[in-house]
Design a protein around this ligand. Structure first.
Ligand SMILES: [Mg+2]
Length: 241
């Protein structure tokens, strides 16, 4: 048990509140598995059509020429492009938007339920009940974060958070991002603790004056022995006073 003084708690998601494997072994495969049926069922939707125009740009095609076949042929073209982008790990605008739409359908339909490590929801609720200002900073989009915490194994946790930040606030490995985010809190940077599994992120937060804790969880990448950060295996290892 480590005792620290903090008013604010800033949390990473993957490797911190939740297993990295949920994102890579469940969320991304869900897109691949349901892509064809999602396209078929939602083909007429203007939102999906607009998204397909962006995917055309992602694969360097003129939108008006790219989908000139029958609906079925066009769905096949889009599906092939999406799988190609995902295989190449290209974080393209249209692709990300379509993934978000498919995840939304999965979370809303109950096929996807966000993983949280066992004690996470209780600890977050406890911190909030004690008057702590709890916020999320993840490379996943704010919309995806809200889907995630709105449909978790512990139910809807969205009312526990005072803010969500993604890479539109800056790169997670740069101190300026933490300076910008800490200004949104109603306390000094030194009164905020940032918890993450990535040492480079902790270094950036520390440079910006935040306190830090390194999250050690099953499935995380190994960290060097001499990392020098306060390490926790559970949120219950941290006594925030
Ligand atoms: Mg992480």
């Amino acid at each position: 048990m480590h005792s620290i003084q903090a008013q604010g708690v800033l949390l990473d998601i993957e490797g911190t509140t939740s297993s990295i494997s949920f994102v890579y072994d469940e969320m991304f495969p869900y897109v691949r598995e349901t892509l064809n049926s999602y396209l078929a069922e939602n083909w007429a939707s203007p939102a999906l059509q607009a998204c397909c125009e962006k995917i055309a740009v992602d694969v360097d095609q003129a939108p008006q020429d790219w989908l000139a076949g029958t609906a079925e042929e066009n769905q096949h073209t889009v599906a092939k492009a999406v799988i190609g982008l995902m295989d190449a790990d290209i974080k393209a605008t249209g692709l990300k938007e379509l993934q978000g739409m498919i995840w939304k359908s999965g979370f809303h339909g109950g096929q996807l339920v966000a993983h949280l490590f066992d004690e996470v929801a209780d600890c977050i609720r406890g911190w909030k009940a004690d008057g702590r200002d709890v916020r999320i900073y993840s490379s996943g989009s704010i919309a995806a974060q809200k889907l995630f915490f709105g449909h978790s194994v512990a139910g809807d946790l969205l009312d526990q958070f005072n803010g969500h930040y993604d890479t539109t606030s800056g790169n997670k490995r740069e101190a300026d991002s933490y300076r910008a985010i800490s200004q949104q809190f109603d306390c000094d940077p030194g009164q905020i603790v940032f918890i993450s599994d990535v040492v480079e992120e902790l270094a950036a937060a520390k440079e910006a004056g935040l306190q830090t804790a390194l999250s050690i969880r099953p499935g995380n990448k190994p960290v060097p022995d001499d990392h020098g950060y306060l390490a926790i295996e559970s949120f219950t290892d941290l006594q925030i006073g």
